[in-house]
Design a binder for this molecule. Structure first.
Ligand code: PLP
Length: 244
């Protein structure tokens, strides 16, 4: 276990260093981007090692898998859990009751379900709107690949705003997978432009957060304004093939 913790600690330092250099190179303050360590599909001992190595924001994709880990690691009160994967509406309660942030709000229906669960205990949930800025059909997220869709998105935002327990904080995207990370840049730029568009339409909302960038392209995402990067494999190694 100690060896695993040590290895993750070194990887974390390495990623923090690269984040710092990207921030500096783009003239942003050193604390302008935070790291979410993506622990999806990793077994409990690896997740615990990540916490012991200093990870504080953990990202999970599957509500039920995450719930098991959250309960097993309850003693680490300093950890906040980020839901970054698609959430089926019937899993809304797990997210409402156990997560600090939802990066992947992708439908009004899910927003309604979350609101109902949150209202029971009068708890608020910070959310990011997941946006599909590439047009890939396999992607979740609100349609936002061209600017004619942006107007439609304003209606969705109004719908979400009617839910008192959901706090919109910004946007999230997952660009298509490229071997050359530079190819992801246009999608990061598009998400930031969408953020500017929505910030003008809804000045009363704080749109500050941009969740974008993974192991292969987080430096480019930071150069384009990411405030949250979601990095898994570069810190924890490859994910096991079999889910828990
Ligand atoms: C898996 C995943 C990541 C992390 O990907 P890595 O390649 O492990 O860095 C980030 N965001 C989302 C939405 C993911 O599903």
């Amino acid at each position: 276990m100690d060896e695993l913790v040590q290895r993750i600690k070194e990887n974390l330092q390495y990623i923090y260093g690269r984040m710092e250099r990207s921030l500096q190179a783009s003239g942003r303050p050193p604390d302008a981007a935070r790291l979410v360590v993506v622990t999806k599909s990793q077994p409990l001992d690896v997740v615990e090692a990540a916490i012991l190595a200093g990870a504080r924001h953990l990202g999970e994709n599957y509500p039920e898998e995450a719930l098991g880990k959250i309960r097993a690691l309850e003693q680490y009160a300093e950890v906040s859990w980020h839901m970054i994967g698609h959430v089926q509406s019937r899993k809304a309660r797990i997210v409402a009751e156990n997560f600090s942030v939802l990066h992947s709000l992708d439908s009004l229906h899910l927003a309604e379900k979350l609101e109902r669960c949150l209202a029971e205990t009068d708890k608020s949930l910070p959310v990011l709107l997941e946006c599909n800025v590439s047009g890939e059909e396999s992607k979740f997220g609100f349609a936002a690949w061209d600017e004619t869709k942006w107007e439609e998105l304003t209606e969705i935002v109004s719908g979400i705003l009617s839910h008192q327990h959901l706090e919109i904080r910004g946007l999230m995207t997952m660009p298509p997978l490229f071997e050359d990370p530079e190819k992801a840049r246009p999608y990061f730029i598009k998400l930031r432009r969408l953020q500017e568009f929505l910030a003008k339409k809804f000045a009363e909302i704080c749109w500050d957060e941009l969740s974008m960038g993974t192991s292969i392209d987080f430096e480019i995402a930071i150069a384009e304004g990411a405030t949250l990067v979601r990095v898994g494999q570069a810190i924890l190694g490859p994910r096991p093939v079999h889910k828990l």
